[in-house]
Every structure is written in C-alpha cells, then in structure tokens.
Design a protein around this ligand. Sequence first.
Ligand code: NOJ
Length: 762
Amino acid sequence: MKKILLAAAALILLAGCTQKSEMDKYIDTLMGKMTLEQKIGQLNLHSAGGFISALKVTEEDANVKLLREGGLGGVYGGSNVEYHRQLQAIALESGAGIPLIFGLDVIHGHETVFPIPLALSTSWDPALVERATRVAAKEASATGVNWVFSPMVDIARDPRWGRIAEGAGEDPYLGGEMAKAYVHGYQGYDDNFDKDEVLACVKHYALYGAAEAGRDYNTVNLSRQEILNGYMRPYQQAAFAGAGSYMSSFNEFEGIPATMNTYLMDDLLRKAWGFKGFIVSDATAVMEEIAHGIGDLQEVSARSLKAGLDMDMNSDGFVGTLKKSLDEGKVSVKDIDRACRRILEAKYKLGLFEDPYRYLDPERADKEVYTAENKAIAREVARDCQVLLKNDGVLPLRKDARIAVVGPLADNHSAMAGCWAMSKHTSETVTILEGIRDAAQKVTYAKGSNLFLDKAMEETVLYGLMRTFRPDMPIPPVHTQSNAILIAEAVAKARQADVVVACVGETENMNGEGASRSDISIPDAQVELLKALKATGKPIVLVLTTGRPLTLNWEDANMDAILCTWSEGSEAGHAIADVLFGDANPSGKLTTTFPVSVGQLPLYYNHKNTGRPHPDYAPYRKFTSCYMDVINGPLYPFGYGLSYTTFDYSDVTLSANEMTAGGKVTASVTVTNTGSRDGKETVQLYIHDVYSTSTRPVKELRGFQKIELKAGESRKVDFELTAEDLKYYDHELQYVCEPGDYEIMIGPNSRDTKEPVILTVK
Ligand code: NOJ
C-alpha cells in the first residue's frame, strides 16, 4: 500500500513538473517574441474608469489607445462581460496578442452581498467563510472577472481605523485561518483554475492595519519581531495556501514604503514563504512614494521594480519610466523580464492563453449571479455573523409582540450592504425593518433621528465621497426634519409597543477606506434617540450596525439587549430577524476588543505585561501601569459573544504534563450546553509562555473549535498541541519553541478562560 502511495505521489509530482515545464516553455517562446515595450506593458494595470457596469469601448478611451500600443496588462474595476470582451478582442489583435487580466474589488461577495469581512470573522468558522467566498468567485467569474482584490488580511488593533471593517480583526492566528479559507474559496486547492475559480490578491501587503493612531494611510512604526509575532501570520498563511497574487500597501515600514520594501516583498514573502505569484501595487501607490519623500516617478518606479513589485496600478510609473531607467542602468532587462514572466504565469494558470474568453461567457451571468440559491447562502452565513453583546432576557422576541422598529439604520439599504459592496443590487438588500416585517405582524416604524446633530458632519458622511469626485455637484438637503421631531415620532410609536428595536450605529460610509474616526461612539443624534426611548420605560433591543468596535458604555448599562449585526449584506434583515425571533441562535464571537474608552486605544487582548502590571478591572493604583480615569480592561473582550443558551466548561486537563520538542500533548475540556436551546459554541485555546528569552503576550490564541450542542448535551473537546503551537519569533527572529513552562488556557473568550494548566516543554 505504502509503495502504491509513493508511486502515486511521484506521478503527481512528475505531472506537476511536466505542467510547469510546459508553462515555462510556453512563456519562454512568448517572451522571446515580445518587444521591451510589450513586456513593460504587461506590468501596467489601469482602472476601467470607475466602477461602472455599463461601459462601452470607444477608440477615444485612453485605455483602448494604450492597449493598442501594447501598454496594458490588465484592467480592473468593471464587471461587464460585454465591455471586457471588447477590450479582450483589442488586446488579442494588438502587440504581442496577450490577453488581459480583469480585476475587481470583490471583498464581501459580489452581486450577492455577504457580511463585511469583520462580520464574517466573528463566525469563527473558516468553512463558512470559504463557502461565502466560493459564491463570490462563481459570481465574479460569471461577470467577466478573473482576479479579485481579496482577501484583506491586515491585522488591526485600533478601531479608529475604518478599514478594520475589511479584515478579520486583531488576532494573527485567527486571521491566518481566515486567510486560508478565502484563498481556497476563490482559487480552489490547486494551480489549475476552473472557470468559476478566480485569482486571489492578498492585501494590503504589509502592515497597513497598524497605521499610527488609526489614521488611514498613516506611518507604521513596529519592530521586525513585533510584526512577525503579531501581524504577519495571515499574509504568510495565504502564501502557504497558494494565493496567486499580493497587493502592496500604502504605508511604510522601517522608513521604506511597502511598495518598494525589499524585506517585505523579497526576503519574507518570496524567499522565506516561497510565494511564486506576482505583486501588484495598491492604486497609485507607486506614485505616492513621491509624497513619501523618496524621489521622482522614475526613481520610485525603478526602486519598486527592483524591490520585487511586478505590476503598477494606476501610476503609469512603470509604463512611463522603466525604459528610461533601463537606458540609464537603474533597472536591468532581467528585472523587467522577471516581473513580466510572473504576470504571464498567472494568465497561463488562469487558462487565458488557451481561451482568452474563458471568463467572458455572455450566458453565465443571467444564470449564476444573484440567484435565489446564493441569497439563501448569504442568509445562512449572515445568521452566524452576529454577536450578542448583552441580553437581560428580552431576546428572543415573540412574533406576536407589538414591536416598534426605530432608528436611522432600520430601513437603510446601503448600510446593510456594507463598505465594499459594489453590487448592482444594493438597493434591494433586505433592511432590518423589512426582515422584521416579514417575520412578525404588529410592527410599527419611525426613523427616529438623524445620524449626527451636526449638519456638516451629516453631509460629510452621506455625501463626502461624491464631493471628493464631483465637488461642484449639488448635494441633496440633509436634516430636513429636526432631531426633536424625529424622536417625538419614535417615542410615540414606542409607547404603543411591547418592545422597541432600536437600529443605530454606523452607515456603510462611516467605515472602510478613508473613514477613520477619533470618536468611536454611536453618533450623538442617535444617542439622543436612545435616551428618549429609555425614558419610556419600554424594553429596548439595540441592533447595532457597524464596521468597527464602538464604545458602548452607556448602551451596555441602559439597553436590555445589544445585538451587533455589522453590515450583513443582501439578506441582512432576514438573517437579523432570524436571530431576533430565535429561529437562529446567535453564535458570533468578537474578533476585535471593544474598548471602554477611545483613550485606551490601541487595546487588544494579546498585549504584553509590563514590569508593573495592573489587573484589567481593578481601580486606579499609583505606580502601576494603568489610567487614573478608566480601567485597563475592555467593555467586551476578544472572543466574547453570548447565546440564547448557556455553556459550562469543565476544568482543563492535559494528556501529559510534559512534552519533548518532537512530542504531542492533548489539552481537553468538556463543554455542556446547560440551557434549554440547541446552540453553537466556539471553544478557544490560549497559551502563555511563563518565562521566555524575550517578552511574549499574556495570552495567545493557538486553537479554536466551533461545536454544536443540543440542549443538555456535553462534549469533550480535544486540542492536540505540538511544539509548533508554542513557537514565537525570538529576539534573533528565529521561530522557536523555548523549553520551560507554558500555561494552557481554554474558555469561551479571551477573558473568561478556565484556570490555566502547566505544560512543561523539555
Ligand atoms: C485602494 C484600496 O486600498 C484597495 O483595497 C483596493 O483594492 C484598490 N484601491 C483597488 O480598488
């Protein structure tokens, strides 16, 4: 049997090699015929001119002119089969006749919108994320897209940064598991792309989520040891999963912009992790290196190429200056050939040389996109991406109750769609009001408040994007009704109801790119509404729409229940109603710490101890590491989330108290569903290295399992531990498991873990 397996493995290896050499031969021949200009053209990526769906190719179009000269390797931003077909035809009859690659920001679903990535991560269910991503890949590929700018795997510890919405939160281990799930969902499990699989693009490489003070695009200032331990794992795991491309980030690292950072792109990604695909810059990131203070366009383009960047998005730095740099000896033919080859390899693997129209089937979109089946999956997924933060017993609601649904986010389609939804169907997303109305009969509604008390702020939030691109365009009036009138109407409805569902939080344009906030509370106009509702004495369920953790102290103290529903996508309202009425039991758990105060930021569970540690919830004490005016601990910790049932954890046991470097130990806990409903629970395992040669966090997630337990059911949950699970990057940047004692902790969240048990590594 063993022999047969070995022979089979050898055959597979051989087949892989043959395939590789066929690809090499094909590309060698192709590149042998290409001019220098045509090679440089492959390194150029342009936007299709906004995210327009009904584009028509004209000869005056700058893209078309460039394409005819062989100056374009890809186009992004469109998802229109007809437009892409026209462009592809031009590409094939121009220059070396190389097909274009078509990219798009498919971040949380495509036409069928899925929960935003931060919400998806709160499922703690990589298989579910892979399923969502598979649907996105099918839909994207059916609309002319073969390359998606996802997953976004940036670890973020500061919720002031609006793009925290686009990632999987603050933990590198969980982030790594999610990164793999996305890559497999988009690309499948091998290098041969089926025609409903698309090339993933891991972003933003690297460390974009560590922007100082949460201000978008800001400087990153971290040590190599810190990034390797705290930030890089998701990028690394995506490479190990076979991700075909990466996107460089806007920020700098160690004084060098990421887009020209040899350590990040070459030393780590390619050499240490074995990444073989291509790296594209973020939009205009090459050009932005001028503002970083590095040099003119020619200088920054040459340095970016040399450092390992292969494709330039929207700067025209490569296409405009590389030839000159070659003449001046700043780059070599080898540098250009290397980048060109990587892009051609991706096109080869996508099957574009065999059939350039492979992803441009005019029939598929009608049959495969935004289907009832895909929407049903979106609803199922969204049910598992809601975090119950508080429940005094008011939830689940009765369907025959009189329910007042109030708040500016109750009937808001775009807020349900979320920050990266570019679907043509965003106006059809099911709102919370619609979802509740579909489930219950006695429902009343009032908008209840504006978003902000300040008119200018309301305008900025609602029309800031439009103003950026069309400063002269008049914007519709805001605050057409005063907050007082809106509140009065909502209060009147609340008084007639048994229960109030207050839908407040952030609209989709309050998070995502270019949406940093210094105050992360629920906006003032909406808090006024909540306070007026509270005064009615009616029970209030706060349904929170948000793309980031918010400060919710008053809400936690005064609301009867808080359900964090992020932006849940096409089927948001239905999935939220499923949870509100108990047809689904909430099982989401936070992947980001919710602070008590913005002044605590950055606040994350896997912090280190100081020499003068201070307990998270203890009062102020001079000469210890704490604040005078706020506790150290979070309002809701990483990993936290309630259910309509309760789970009990037994003490943790180890199969052995000692482990050799090559050994294995099993850590176990028995979890019992002690409530009266079936439910899902994510069991989390954390480690702490008691003494290490350089400092390590107080807790580090190293395993989790999402289990389903019937009411009353118990299950033993085992985690197998090896030295691999205990490793970290030491001061010399070696990835090591140091001998000594490790605390092993298991529990329902990062705060409430059971008493640690000690595992000694010999
Ligand atoms: C800029 C964003 O940072 C990135 O996430 C996105 O993929 C590109 N623009 C292309 O739209």
